[in-house]
Design a binder for this molecule. Structure first.
Ligand SMILES: [Zn+2]
Length: 229
């Protein structure tokens, strides 16, 4: 026993202090040397993860005469001048199925959520004002692109449009140039300084304090009603 744990002879199982049954081990990597501490966590699925801290004295290798040239590539990960090849394990292929399954799940839950949201909006409102977004331009901004993809803007608009049609509601599209964010929804004045995406809240000269997105929604609502009238 060392610090409250014990291996079996072949390190196939690990017995922790206070545990009656040893745990079967699947090693993510091997180590030499003596563990100085061991941290155990348990997942929801009942698996244990054990992380082991090993203080390993690194010894320099004995000098050899051999030298090598290495060409890294795609077919083989590395081809060496002495003829040795390291195969590319093609991890992408190996995990492609798993990835496809996960991405189907992601697409399904995204679609479910979008449907619930657009149905709620259509059920509860006679007129729905919405900004016709500059999605293409926004997607060019790579930081925004991932979030936009997640938010599924194009699909939201598409669903609202046909659901409004089905159920006798009015979708009122606001011009993409309408200054929804930087216009004060209380007095109509435009934000005086340099406008930027970083501004999340602002105070108008009239004294109104705005949350950027909520203010925009109020403006879109008003403009939507104006256009729908
Ligand atoms: Zn104002």
């Amino acid at each position: 026993m060392s610090n409250g744990f014990k291996w079996d002879a072949d390190k196939q199982s690990l017995l922790l202090a206070k545990m009656k049954q040893p745990l079967k081990i699947k090693w993510s990597r091997y180590f030499t040397g003596k563990p100085s501490s061991l941290t155990v966590s348990k997942t929801k699925s009942g698996k244990y993860f054990v992380s082991i801290l090993v203080k390993e004295a690194i010894k320099q290798l004995p000098i050899v005469n051999k030298t090598v040239g290495v060409d890294v590539g795609i077919k083989d990960l590395a081809i060496c001048s002495d003829g040795v090849k390291f195969n590319n394990p093609r991890l992408t292929n190996r995990y492609a199925k798993k990835l496809a399954k996960a991405s189907r799940k992601l697409a399904n839950s995204r679609r479910d959520f979008t449907h619930k949201m657009t149905s709620t909006l259509i059920n509860e409102n006679q007129v729905i004002g919405i900004e016709s977004l500059k999605v293409k331009n926004m997607v060019k901004n790579r930081k925004l692109a991932k979030h936009l993809h997640d938010a599924n803007f194009g699909e939201i608009a598409r669903q609202l449009e046909y659901k409004a049609d089905w159920y006798g509601r009015k979708l009122s599209a606001i011009s993409q140039w309408f200054p929804s964010s930087k216009m004060c929804s209380e007095c109509g004045a435009l934000y005086a300084g340099q406008w930027s995406l970083a501004i999340r809240t602002w105070t108008c000269a009239c004294g109104a304090v705005h949350d950027r997105d909520h203010n925009a929604a109020i403006n879109i609502h008003k403009e939507g009603l104006r256009l729908a009238a």
